[in-house]
Design a protein around this ligand. Structure first.
Ligand code: NAD
Length: 345
């Protein structure tokens, strides 16, 4: 899918992002260089960083670059809470019709609260409550007296994401897909998703098992017995929340990668945000973005490089025991980066 650059290189857009973004993207690029990953980076600013330089959180050169490369590795972008500009992450997903958000969570470090977690969550990325159809109704001088939000799920969008999940299951040897919804209360909005995903599941009978859960029960069962889950397919908001919960089972947000995938482009990123509380301290864990880079290598048909990268991470964490603070260690971002590079040598 990605456009080839000269000399066997694959052109890819690199967005350092906000907060800890520049620190973890520098770490990831250094490790990918040591690995010999074939990316030719076109570095572009987005988010708060781009407001400072281009007065626009989603400037035209960034969009043009992704239109050209159709492949990006993106650091986290800050979104103001409440007011301010609309999420640049959401706008990028809409712009490039990145309808599938693939979020695999796999335990890399043994001995944690949960062992051997291996769950792939597929989140619908363009519809639901993230369409941003929101407004306030002023009453008696209070401009925010009533807030109204409308969600949109379509038959076609639900079918497309369910087919993505079941196809992924077949191609990657996964056994079961659990459809997660809230069709008991949001009967239309998530009922259409459940109905359509069940219909898609019928075409995979005998190859991939299927069951379903109401989102609140699913959230509890993920804590009580996460091993019953293999893959989850769900709507946009529920996918956002449950993927953070699942990240918590494998050591936290520093270990959770994601891929935003559409027919014409793919953007890989960490599940976590810009972590303003630790930005600039040199202690951020770069592994979530590094795992996203491994997904990117798989995506461009370089699975051997992806496996070498994951193996080097695993040995660094488990044998060398070099870990950042969020994983109970003392290593800085730079120390962890150097340790992984040593294991790639
Ligand atoms: P966050 O994910 O940035 O941070 C939550 C907690 O996890 C913080 O305590 C943080 O220090 C920690 N954490 C996150 N990543 C870490 C890492 N790599 N290493 C060590 N610790 C890490 O969530 P937040 O604070 O709610 O959001 C901050 C900003 O990020 C907001 O503006 C939000 O909109 C944005 N955001 C962006 C994305 C994205 O770009 N895809 C995703 C989520 C949130």
């Amino acid at each position: 899918m990605a456009k080839r650059a000269s000399a066997g290189k694959i052109a890819a857009t690199l967005v350092p992002g906000d907060g800890i973004g520049p620190e973890i993207t520098a770490a990831v690029v250094a490790i990918l260089d040591a690995l010999g990953a074939p990316f030719a980076w076109d570095v572009q600013q987005g988010g708060l960083a781009a407001i400072e330089t281009a007065h626009d959180p989603l400037p035209a050169p960034l969009l043009d670059s992704i239109r050209r490369t159709r492949l990006a590795l993106k650091g986290p972008l800050t979104t103001p809470v409440g007011g301010g500009f609309r999420s640049v992450n959401v706008r990028l997903r809409e712009e490039f019709k990145l309808y599938a958000n693939l979020r695999p969570s796999h335990s890399l470090i043994p001995g944690g609260r949960y062992e051997d977690i291996d769950i792939v969550l597929v989140r619908e990325n363009l519809e639901g409550l993230y369409v941003g159809f929101e407004h306030y109704i002023p009453i008696d001088g209070d401009p925010h007296a009533v807030a109204i939000s409308s969600g949109v799920n379509t038959r076609a969008g639900s079918r497309r994401i369910a087919e993505f999940a079941f196809d992924y299951a077949v191609k990657n040897g996964r056994k079961k897909v659990t459809i997660v919804h809230k069709a008991n209360v949001l009967k239309a909005l998530t009922g259409i998703f459940l109905e359509t995903a069940r219909d898609v599941a019928r075409a995979y009978e005998g190859r991939v098992a299927c069951d379903d859960r109401i989102v609140d029960a699913c959230a509890m069962q993920l804590v009580q017995n996460p091993w019953q889950f293999d893959m989850i397919v769900t709507t946009n908001l529920f996918g956002d929340i449950l993927s953070d919960e699942i990240a918590g089972l494998i050591g936290g947000l520093g270990m959770a990668p994601g891929g935003n995938i559409g027919e014409g482009a793919a953007i890989f990123e960490a599940v976590h945000g810009s972590a303003p509380d630790i930005a600039g301290k040199g202690i951020a864990n770069p592994l979530a973005l590094l795992l996203a880079a491994a997904m990117m290598l798989d995506h461009v048909g370089k699975p051997k490089l992806a496996t070498r990268l994951r193996d080097a991470m695993s040995v660094t964490l488990c044998q060398d025991k070099v870990r950042t603070g969020d994983l109970g260690g003392k290593a800085t971002t730079k120390e962890l980066t150097a340790a992984i590079i040593r294991r790639l040598a």
